[in-house]
Ligand binder design. Structure first.
Ligand SMILES: *[C@@H]1O[C@H](CO)[C@@H](O)[C@H](O)[C@H]1NC(C)=O
Ligand SMILES: *[C@@H]1O[C@H](CO)[C@@H](O)[C@H](O)[C@H]1NC(C)=O
Ligand SMILES: *[C@@H]1O[C@H](CO)[C@@H](O)[C@H](O)[C@H]1NC(C)=O
Ligand SMILES: *[C@@H]1O[C@H](CO)[C@@H](O)[C@H](O)[C@H]1NC(C)=O
Ligand SMILES: *[C@@H]1O[C@H](CO)[C@@H](O)[C@H](O)[C@H]1NC(C)=O
Ligand SMILES: *[C@@H]1O[C@H](CO)[C@@H](O)[C@H](O)[C@H]1NC(C)=O
Length: 409
């Protein structure tokens, strides 16, 4: 008896160890036909590691994550950039904060997928190292599908299969695309004057080419456009143009609109690639914007970065001043989830609920779960989004005894 058990384990163990746990093998819609995503963005762990304030904010951020995940049951968590405030990082332990961020997810058996933000690349912190740290957990689905210094790291896609899809052969019901809008500074690099080297803050054109080619192959293989969601930390200029040229209406596009004017890809760069404080915007995100509107499957683009903006805008037609014309895709911000990073707006997490039946009509439902456990900004991103009237979202602040701002302002 003992002997045969021992034999079984000797032969069984290697294959068990190499197998990916089944629940992490692939993403699929639940039996009730839904798939829910919780976005945690701008967590900004690792502020001021040298004093008490920073670690206190991380404790508060873990509380936000726990509260959101106690109230919602996502099938996937998206960490949408600025996981860590790399400016404050020490070389020897700059990625340990990943462990703190994912602990509440690992405890619940959840899986996640990340994009990295401008604060995730700094002199003492590299995106590559964050990816390596993430990969200590089988729960991480974050990948790097495009190589090269200019590409950044988190450019990849994840297929989501249907609830009734029993094998791997069928077409995915939905694709989740993740893009790296880079930014920040290159890891351990100084120029000849001893200054840190800025990394461009837009989705690189090679990545745009990779996306177009890869999506075309998928369309060809399955002979249809697959409904898709896009995640990228820094929004494009289309979001800025919507804000300045159209106006975000508190009832039609409910959400906080305090970061006015918002910061977008290409911000601070000149069109010739100079980064010397002489330009406000270089237009380098135009190829990415074009690719987005020329890809019929894309229903929504979800960004962070601007902590004080939490609305969704349906980009239809030509916004004055722009050359790229919207095709009705939704441009959404999430909610600042971390206590690190600027701003005292109430923390929370945007939820996206996709259902197989509504997906056929290209509809998504979304709302924001606040740390107070209330929900705000619940809207249906349907064909009349932008015309429908919703309650305005109150501009609430977090109540945080260990924070440095006035609570009643
Ligand atoms: C990282 O190292 C710094 C400097 O030694 C230290 O102050 C800080 O507490 C460390 N952070 C963590 C999370 O261990
Ligand atoms: C914010 O908190 C830190 C840490 O407690 C403290 O050193 C700093 O003086 C505070 N700043 C303000 C403006 O109160
Ligand atoms: C938070 O809200 C959810 C759903 O709206 C509810 O089920 C849950 O009991 C609430 N949690 C707390 C702590 O109030
Ligand atoms: C990088 O980390 C080292 C080692 O902890 C530290 O001495 C240095 O001040 C950090 N540099 C920057 C620019 O943060
Ligand atoms: C960027 O947005 C501004 C509006 O804020 C607009 O005037 C400009 O033409 C846009 N540029 C591009 C390249 O999209
Ligand atoms: C879109 O959703 C809103 C809110 O549920 C609803 O009032 C509106 O009628 C819907 N539009 C269409 C075309 O179904």
């Amino acid at each position: 008896m003992w002997r045969s058990l021992a034999l079984i384990s000797v032969f069984a163990l290697p294959s068990l160890q190499s197998a990916v746990p089944k629940k992490f093998a692939r993403l699929k819609f639940a039996k009730d036909g839904t798939f829910q995503i919780a976005i945690l963005e701008d967590l900004h762990f690792g502020e001021n590691a040298w004093d008490l304030w920073g670690p206190e904010q991380d404790v508060n951020s873990v509380t936000v994550i726990n509260r959101v995940l106690n109230a919602e049951s996502p099938d996937l968590v998206v960490l949408n950039g600025d996981l860590i405030t790399g400016e404050n990082a020490f070389l020897q332990n700059s990625t340990v904060y990943v462990d703190e961020i994912v602990a509440p997810l690992v405890e619940r058996g959840l899986t996640w997928a990340s994009t990295y933000g401008n604060h995730d690349s700094q002199y003492n912190l590299s995106r590559e190292a964050i990816l390596e740290r993430e990969h200590r957990w089988p729960n991480s689905r974050t990948q790097k599908m495009v190589s090269g210094r200019e590409a950044g790291v988190t450019n990849y896609y994840l297929p989501v299969y249907g609830s009734n899809d029993g094998d791997y052969a069928g077409a995915p019901e939905m694709l989740l695309w993740f893009f790296d809008s880079r930014g920040g500074y290159y890891f351990q690099e100084l120029d000849s004057s001893g200054n840190q080297v800025a990394q461009p803050n837009w989705v690189d054109t090679h990545v745009v080419d990779w996306f177009k080619k890869t999506n075309a192959e998928i369309v060809k293989k399955y002979r249809k456009d697959i409904p898709s969601l896009v995640f990228v930390h820094i929004p494009t200029n289309a979001s800025l143009a919507a804000q300045t040229e159209i106006d975000i209406n508190e009832h039609r596009e409910p959400g906080i609109n305090d970061d006015y004017t918002l910061a977008q890809q290409g911000e601070g760069w000149c069109s010739d690639g100079a980064y010397d404080g002489s330009c406000t915007y270089g237009g380098q995100d135009v190829p990415f914007m074009k690719a987005l509107v020329e890809t019929p499957g894309i229903l929504g683009v979800f960004s962070g970065h601007d902590h004080g903006d939490t609305w969704c805008y349906k980009w239809s037609g030509l916004i004055p001043g722009m050359d790229v014309k919207g095709n009705g895709l939704n441009l959404c911000f999430g909610q600042h989830s971390g206590y690190g990073g600027y701003g005292s707006w109430i923390r929370g997490s945007r939820q996206i609920l996709v259902s197989e039946s509504k997906l056929k009509e290209k509809l998504l439902d979304t709302w924001i779960r606040l740390e107070s456990n209330e929900t705000v900004g619940a809207v249906s991103l349907n064909t009349t989004y932008g015309e429908d009237i919703y309650p305005a979202t109150l501009d609430l602040l977090s109540s945080c005894p260990t924070c440095n701002y006035t609570l009643d302002s």
